[in-house]
Design a protein. Sequence first.
Lengths: 295, 544
Amino acid sequence: MSVSSKQAPAAAQRPGLMRRIVSTPAVSISGGFLLLLLLIALLAPLLAPYDPYAQDLSRRLLPPIGYPNHDAAHLLGTDGFGRDYLSRLVYGTRISLLIGFSVVFIAGLIGTTIGMIAGYFGGKVDQVLMFVINTRLAMPVFLAAMAVVVVFGASLTSTVLTLGLFLWDRFAVVVRSATQQVAAQDFVLAAQSIGFSNTRIIFKEILPNILSVVVVIATLEMGSAILLEAALSFLGFGVQEPTASWGLMLSQAREQLFFDAWLIYLPGFALLSLVLAINVFGDGLRDLLGARGRA
Amino acid sequence: MNATVLSIQGLSVALPEGADRRLAVEDVSLELKRGETLCVVGESGSGKSITAFAVAGLLSPQLTPVAGKIFFDGIDLLKTPEMVMRKIRGARIAMVFQEPMTALNPVLRCGRQIMEMFEAHDLHSQRARKARALELLIEVGLPDPEKAFHAFPHELSGGQRQRVMIAMALALEPDVIIADEPTTALDVTTQAQILTLLKRLREKHGTAILFITHDFGVVAEIADRVVVMHRGKVVESGPAADLLNNPREPYTKGLLAAVPALSPPPGVEEGDSPVVLSARRLSKTYRGRGLFNRRDVAALADVSFDLRRGETLGIVGESGSGKSTLGRCLMRLSEIDAGEIIVDGKDLRTLSDREFQPFRKRMQMVFQDPFASLNPQSRIGRIIADGPTVHGMAHNQALEQAAELLGLVGLDLSAMDRYPREFSGGQRQRIGIARALALEPAIVIADEPVSALDVSVQAQVLKLLRELKLRLSLSLIFITHDLRVAAQICDRIAVMQRGRIVEIGSTEEVFGHPKSDYTRALLAAVPGREFGSHRALEESSNPA
């Protein structure tokens, strides 16, 4: 008697994740935009028309195309030091994405580890780790980050490390509860009864089942990391001159706010569209991965 | 008396695109007469619940009725606007759901929820509502109606909650009650009480009951007429006695043959083979840890038994009897407080984790829920082969062995590279059994291994377990709440109640001449006692 001909019906035709991304407009558009920004960041030296650090004080504060007396050689004008604004925006993409990815990598590593350990072992371990998580939640990220940067000096590296060491809380909280759910299932019990070590159970049985959750939080956290960098740089506690960072560009444009508003619009719009795209992408991804269910 | 109150004519309901078939319910016709109980029986996916929900106008938006009529009181419910349906629902057609815990609002007191029925239909004054609610709670036989009135759902037991649900359904004296598996989540003794209650209320009020169930025992107990459904179609219908005793359609015959009989098959000889596991005075208490919950619950109290080589020992009992805790404690998945578990002359409790590791190979477990017991992200081959690999077998050899095991449990070799979601419940349970056997255990502990399966699949899995036991001379500890299943597969049976073994003996003895009152009560509560097939496990005919 063969039973294998009887297939579980619902599972038979589930299109792959890529297919579903393509067929969901919100996800494919935001994902496509992010891919484009990633390419811009990678190919910045080829795409930027000028050296983003080259100053030309004779051509200061040229307006972008469309304004009266703009200069066709500088499509988006120049800043207060006569540096090409388009080139600086292009290079700024690098900083934002670098910050986004590396902060999320560090925070995700810390948060996921803490969350999985707390969720899997429970009991005393959970209590101690929850205390750590609560302590972290009680700290105002922005003020604490400023204090750290003041002590250790402001630079790209210190910004990445500081934000990475602060933004793991959401990973930890969400991963912890996801782990608790997965760990309560019988297949984890089965793994224990076979005699698997805890490490093996955590990495081979549980991690693959919570990975989709981690990916979704990662996208959302990436957005807030990028915004925090911009805010820190704006206040002078983040990335330092002359590096091209969108937050720094906003900061320098402050004095010209009433005279040359485009200096604010352009990096502001870049920041908005990047973070919006990341959030829409993360949101859509959550729906797509969630629909896949815990099968 | 014999007037038709509800009539479904040629009902078809479409499934959303991409489902396994186009119509969930196809050309279903049935009639419900005043004061009768009509049971709609079928396995999962037969469309029985969808038919019931269509009547109440509660189909989920993805499901659309595409043909047919549902006549109630001279109007077609499918064409009735939602405004009018709301008046009918609750007042004239009431529903009782499967899971009373989720069907009741957890933050409202039970009495209040009954009163809401009147509020929704603008009936009675506030005071009369209260009086009527209390009356209803008395009528459904709650032991302390006054207390139940003020209780939150979680403060009541499952059976009491179901009584509250029934009181709500009765509140407006409906013509029709639709009961969707109302006793499936309940223990067997509670189920018997609820069935008696429904019978009594039907006689008293003349309410017609449309009773959805998968359990032929329940059908035998309560039905006047029966409709058998399979893959969305009505296979057979007729008066209960006729249909159960002389089914005409092969599908019905197959289903009925798969229902195990309550009495054990004759000729089970008492073996004298060596003892492989011996439990001595096991006890475990769950302590209430919270500030307000300091009640201790004895999950195991003084539990002792021997398991012999090649025998199947059944552990039966209702929920909360400690039977699952016993299984877990034997596997050392949770710790016992006191007692000895002796395997190969060693007390397992005194062993360190490292010393215990080799014993894990000797004892393996099969779990209840075929959907939760396999890692959804692992391929079947890995699921089966990982155990032996961890215990030192070369990976290639473990994979070869996994392939052999798949054959042994009746699955195709192609299963190796597929994921659990591609398999049905019965197939997954076979995979779970293969995983347990991969370590070549001497003892297999099966915790409700067939409870989540349809009756025909259940018979196949039981048959497989029994064949494997004989072939590999395994000792099996079979934990179940289902006395029919226990009667067919177990050599000896231990009956548990509140953490204690109240009776242990050969299956014939326990079923034929029960010594304890509790066992007698359990046996008496099994619905449709005389009904069932001895050949259930021999019959390999598969109606599905």
